[in-house]
Ligand binder design. Structure first.
Ligand code: SIN
Ligand code: FE2
Length: 202
């Protein structure tokens, strides 16, 4: 099992865990997912569309609209979510658990100007399971806060191929993405950043 490069407020950060060929192979698999389950800009419960586009793979997809944030068994177009790509599952097996797979792989796409405000991942049933996150494409400025809203924060740039495990005390820590630095990766011809988050839901 690889050792994290840095542990920041309990977030285990594995810099460059995926090399360029592994990033490209994972991206290919994600293209198949997106072809079957198109990216959407979900509305927040407050009615404003998110700047990040999303879709999912797995038993559940994470989704949001006027009735709130939740996990849904089908894409809003009615089709079941595609299976989670094998390469993402093998990262989970290596870093989280060989016994229990994730129920959801949320795929976030950050285009020009997209950001994600500070939040906690708290729609799952059992917080003993860590969240595993994979960054692809342009660099994203990841901000880590505290277990309650407010207080001092710390930021770190996540680059293509970086993997983060949020477990233990960090599982319910506030985090977000302030901005994307375009032109920092050649992985995607049109630029942008993809972040995958794998989670146990039930
Ligand atoms: C998230 O917290 O849902 C996304 C994190 C990231 O994009 O790195
Ligand atoms: Fe999150």
């Amino acid at each position: 099992m690889p050792e994290p490069t840095i542990i920041l407020r309990g977030f285990h950060i594995f810099k460059g865990l995926l090399d360029s060929p592994a990033q490209a192979a994972l991206l290919e698999d994600l293209r198949d997912v997106v072809a079957r389950a198109p990216l959407l800009s979900p509305d927040t419960p407050y009615g404003k569309p998110m700047s990040v586009q999303m879709t999912s793979a797995g038993k559940y997809g994470w989704y949001s609209d006027h009735s709130g944030y939740r996990y849904a068994p089908v894409h809003p177009n009615g089709a079941p979510w595609p299976p989670i790509p094998a390469k993402a599952l093998s990262l989970w097996r290596e870093l989280v658990s060989a016994d229990r797979g994730p129920d959801c792989c949320l795929i976030n796409y950050y285009g020009e100007g997209a950001r994600m405000g500070l939040h906690r991942d708290s729609d799952e049933a059992d917080f003993n399971w860590p969240v595993l996150s994979v960054s692809l494409g342009n660099d994203g400025l990841f901000r880590i806060g505290n277990r309650t809203r407010g207080g001092k924060t710390e930021s770190i740039w996540l680059n293509s191929g970086d993997v983060v495990v949020m477990g233990g005390a960090a599982r319910l820590t506030y985090h977000g993405v302030d901005r994307i630095r375009f032109g920092t990766s050649k992985l995607m011809p049109k630029g942008g950043r993809i972040n995958l988050t794998l989670r146990v839901v039930d």
